[in-house]
Each structure stands twice: as C-alpha cells, then as structure tokens.
Design a protein around this ligand. Structure first.
Ligand SMILES: Cc1cc2nc3c(=O)[nH]c(=O)nc-3n(C[C@H](O)[C@H](O)[C@H](O)COP(=O)(O)OP(=O)(O)OC[C@H]3O[C@@H](n4cnc5c(N)ncnc54)[C@H](O)[C@@H]3O)c2cc1C
Length: 529
C-alpha cells in the first residue's frame, strides 16, 4: 500500500475548498481494498490515532482537513465495477474514489443517467455520499441519498459491513442494531430530533422513524465509517435538454418568474406522480428514502406533455453578475439578476417547450433578446461553465484575500423563503460589504457569500452571518443544505440543535467509533467525545 509522509507530497491533502489553514498530518495512506481500509482503522483504534478520510478535497467546510494523525485517501479505490440495465433505468457499482465526472461520463455512455450533480464534478462518489451532496438538478431529482441502494463501509472496529437499502431498520424506539461479520453487533440509539421541513438537509446525522440503517452513513461526513463501495440507482438518460441563462432588469420580475416556473413544475410533477401511482410504476427502486427527499422516475407520457417542468432553477443576483462580467462581457449592461434553468425534452417536445418558456419569460419582462438558450450539448456545456464559474471565482477571492470563507448554505421551508431572501438583501445593502447571492432558488436555498477585504471587514461579515443563521434557525431552516458541517460550521450547529441533541449525536458516533478516531472535529468538536 502506498504511504506518503514527505511534507511536499502530502501538502495537497491538508486543505480543501474551505481554505482553512494549518491542516497537518503524519502521513497519507492510500488503501486499494476495503479490507485494507478496515485494517488501517483497526490499528488506528488500537493506537488511538486520528484518521481523516479524504475524497477529492472539493468540500467547502474543512471536512477532509486533518489536524492530527493520518489521512486515509480514497484515490486508489477508483474502480467502476459494474453497470446493469433494468426496466426503468439501471444500477451501477463503483468504489468511493471514482471521480463523479468519470462516473457520469461512463453512465451516460450506457444511455443511463445519474442525477446528483454538485456543480464541481471533480469530487469523488464517496465524498458525495459522505456529504449527501446535491446541486442544481436536486430541484427535480433530490439529493445523493435518493440514489444510494447499497454501501460497503469499513468501520473503526476493523469490520467491513455491506448495507443494502430495505434490509436493516431502526426499531420504533429509535434503536438500531447492526450485525458485524465477526458475530458481534453494534447497538446504537438514534438522536431524538426530527429533520427540518426543508427541501434539502446536510447538517448532522440523518434521523427518521424506523429509518433504514443505510441512511445513517449518508451525510455522516467521515465520522461513522469509511465508505469504500457504492451501488446507485440510475435513470434512463434524458433524450434532450433545453436550458437558458435568462437576464432580468427587475429583481421583482425575476422573483415572480421563479415563483411561476416553480409552481408549474411542482404541479406538473404532482400530476405525473398521481398518474404513475395509478399505473403502479412510481419509484420502485429508490423508494425507501424518507419523507421529503425526492426521486423522480420518468414516465413515458411525461415526455410528450410539453409542459413546464424545470429540473434546475438557479439564481444570480446583481453582485454575482458583476463578478461574472470579469469573464463574460456579453452579460447585458441593464441586467440586475439572472436565472439558469434546465428542462428535459424529446424531439417532439423541444419546440413546444421553447414556446412555453419564452411565453413565461415574456410575461415577466425578461431580457429575452439578450439571454442565452441552448439545446445542443456543446452550448449547454458553456451555460454550465457559466454557472460553475461563480463559486470558483468566490473561492479564488477568499484565497487571494486570505480570508476565511463567509458563505451561507442554509435552506428554509417554502413559506419562509421570500422573507429570508429579503432579509439577506436588506441587511447586506445597508452594510458597505461586498457580497454575492446565488444558487439553488428552486429549493429555497441560495448561497450568500460575504467578501471581506481585510480582517476588520471579516469580523463584520461574521457578525452578519450570525444574524442570518439565527434568522434561518428561527424559521425552521437548516444550517447546511448541501455542503455539510465539517469543521468550519460545527460551532453554529448549537443554534439549530439543543445541547442534548448534540450529545445524542456524539453518543451515536461513539457506538460506531469507540476511540473517536474518525473525522475528528467534524460535525461536533472533540469536547463532545
Ligand atoms: C466550486 C464548487 C462548487 C460546489 N458546488 C456544490 C453543490 O452545488 N452542491 C454540493 O452538494 N456541493 C458542492 N460543492 C462541495 C463539494 O463539491 C461536495 O461537498 C462534494 O460532495 C465533496 O466531495 P469530495 O470527494 O471532494 O470530498 P472531500 O472534500 O474530500 O470530503 C468531504 C467530506 O466527506 C468525507 N469523506 C470523503 N470521502 C469519504 C468516504 N469514502 N467515506 C467517508 N467519508 C468520506 C471527508 O472526510 C469530508 O468530511 C462545491 C464545491 C466547489 C469547490
């Protein structure tokens, strides 16, 4: 097994997209099989050596940054093992270190489709599962959790378990018992909190009544075990795609447009869901996923409907457009905000759908003639690059100014979103700080980045950030909708969970990791362990 300890060689494993500084580790180990991972963990438990699991390091909250011990890199667990076609899509098995972009390409070359798409596609599948990643397409298709059918996980005890969805559940009292290959079992009590009523959630351990054991590990940020292999559900590949970056000269018009596009899409899906339910074909494979997390199987009728059904609705405020103007000179001068949308099409629906979208945009006075639309793969890639360029520019800004990232990832329930966005905007407009607001508006989830130019502004930015957090907590929101808590946000978790709930989470972790070696400092600080 490859082991690196030369400081120059391990430097790149000591950071991630959070730009947290001063990560350090004794060495980085690169196991190639689940059994090797288990042996590393068993030894580390015996010696009480902290182990930080590393994916591709695109995480934004310092989750893979070590502050002691060793880094367990998943780079060499990088095989796509199988793919099969089934009636309504298929399944694939891949190791945790497979890069999402490679996986997407592979799946699509088999005419299938893996919906999770967390903007930065250089991430690994294991990192996606560990953070329950989501992205633009989550508006239609739900987060990573919705597609996970089976996980192979190496535990701190040195055991390797294989959990398939539907095979093992918590009991009505919230007890969960996981049998180990050694004949022993792990018994744990689930925390007593309930999930927030938001469309996305990646803050702390997932809990639901009589939940599937598999769901505990999804979003656990490297604190409960090392995911080594993943089986996912695949959908049929969409036949075509219509997308657009549409500019508006009035923010009010943009918000009214979003409201309409969103309501039409959700209403359409409800009616398709009802029809599919009657036909008995709805959500057979990815079904076990609890409550509000969505999976959509395409129904044949659905495709010929020609009705608005966005799979992505993404927002850019004026500050975001000003940033992007550095790279994209053709953004219209009068534009104050923009929306990126995508909808799947067939040859029969492409034209009617274009007409529908144009008509809706016209109703809301969008700058149609200066907006950009795409139906070919090549043009769509350009639009996606535009969307991706913004978080990249933000990350570069924080690195250049050597400032800690001040970036929100909260989502709130449907009824609270308009007030939350207004609160963000009015608070920031009266400060003299530079900021951007962009992201997944379809899911009531926008990222506010406050961009301090020096430490003084940094301190003020964090004060404002705290106001935003308190507001989100007061309306039943979540601290992190998709990036996770990591080390950067753990101290804010107590605004969203009681002290008792945090202790229950820590107790759950101890059941799986008695020596507390895994993902130290992620989700909660070490004092809880
Ligand atoms: C420009 C940009 C845009 C982004 N946009 C989005 C977005 O739209 N949506 C979104 O969800 N995220 C987004 N992200 C964040 C990031 O891409 C995701 O969090 C991604 O899922 C992390 O994967 P990774 O392989 O890079 O994990 P890492 O950063 O290496 O690790 C993330 C966490 O997972 C743990 N981990 C990694 N692999 C494993 C494993 N095999 N077993 C157990 N634990 C493991 C680590 O310990 C760490 O806690 C964005 C990031 C960037 C830089």
């Amino acid at each position: 097994m490859l082991i690196k300890s030369n400081p120059d060689e391990i430097q790149s494993f000591l950071s991630d997209a959070s730009h947290m500084l001063e990560g350090h580790a004794e060495r980085v180990v690169f196991p190639e099989r689940a059994q090797e991972v288990a042996e590393i963990l068993q030894t580390a438990t015996r010696d009480k050596t902290p182990v930080t699991v590393s994916g591709a390091g695109t995480g934004t909250v310092g989750g893979r940054i070590p502050f002691a011990g060793i880094v367990l890199a998943t780079d060499r667990l990088n095989q796509i093992k199988s793919i099969v076609h089934e009636d309504q899509g298929g399944r694939a098995v891949a190791e945790a270190g497979v890069r999402l972009s490679d996986f997407q390409r592979f799946v699509e070359s088999s005419d299938l489709f893996y919906p999770p798409d967390p903007t930065e596609r250089s991430c690994f599948l294991g990192g996606n599962v560990a953070t329950n990643a989501s992205g633009a397409r989550t508006f239609k298709y739900g987060p990573t959790r919705s597609y996970i059918q089976r996980l192979k996980i190496a535990l701190a005890t040195g055991d390797v378990i294989d959990l398939r969805r539907g095979e093992l559940r918590a009991d009505a009292g919230g007890r969960i018992e996981i049998p180990l290959p050694s004949g022993r079992s792990i018994e744990a009590q689930l925390p007593a909190y309930r999930m927030p009523q938001t469309r996305k959630h990646a803050s702390g351990y997932y809990v639901a009544p009589e939940m599937d054991a598999l769901d505990l590990f999804i979003g656990s940020e490297g604190t409960l075990g090392v995911i080594t292999e993943i089986e996912v559900t695949l959908l049929p590949k969409p036949r075509g795609l219509l997308s657009g970056i549409v500019f508006f000269r009035s923010e009010d018009n943009l918000l009214a447009f979003v409201q309409d596009a969103r309501s039409l899409s959700l209403a359409h899906r409800q009616s398709v869901g009802a029809r599919a339910g009657r036909l008995g074909v709805f959500i057979e494979k990815a079904l076990e996923v609890a409550t509000r997390e969505r999976v959509h199987q395409r129904e044949p009728d659905d495709e010929s409907s020609g009705l608005i059904d966005a799979r992505a609705l993404e927002y850019f405020d004026n500050g975001s457009l000003n940033f992007l103007r550095q790279k994209y000179e053709t953004i219209p001068a009068e534009a104050v905000s923009a929306i990126f949308f995508e909808q799947e099409t067939t040859p029969a629906t492409e034209d009617p759908l274009m007409t529908e979208w144009l008509s809706l945009l016209e109703q809301h006075d969008a700058l149609i003639d200066n907006s950009w639309f795409a139906t070919s793969e090549q043009d769509q890639t350009k639009l996606r690059e535009f969307r991706h360029a913004l978080p990249v520019l933000m990350n570069e800004w924080f690195a250049r100014h050597r400032q800690r990232k001040v970036s929100t990832d909260m989502s709130v329930p449907d009824e609270a979103f308009a007030g939350m966005l207004d609160f963000y905007q009015s608070t920031l407009q009266t400060s003299d700080l530079k900021y951007t607001i962009f992201g997944h508006i379809g899911d009531n989830h926008v990222h506010v980045n406050i961009l301090p130019r020096d430490d003084n502004e940094g301190a003020r930015a964090r004060e404002i950030y705290l106001q935003f957090l308190k507001r989100a907590a007061s309306v039943g929101g979540t601290l992190s909708a998709e990036h996770g808590i990591g080390k950067l946000k753990r101290d804010y978790l107590r605004l969203f969970y009681s002290e008792e709930n945090l202790r229950q989470m820590a107790a759950l972790k101890r059941a799986f990791d008695p020596a507390g070696i895994l993902g130290r400092g992620n989700i909660f600080s070490e004092e809880y362990l």
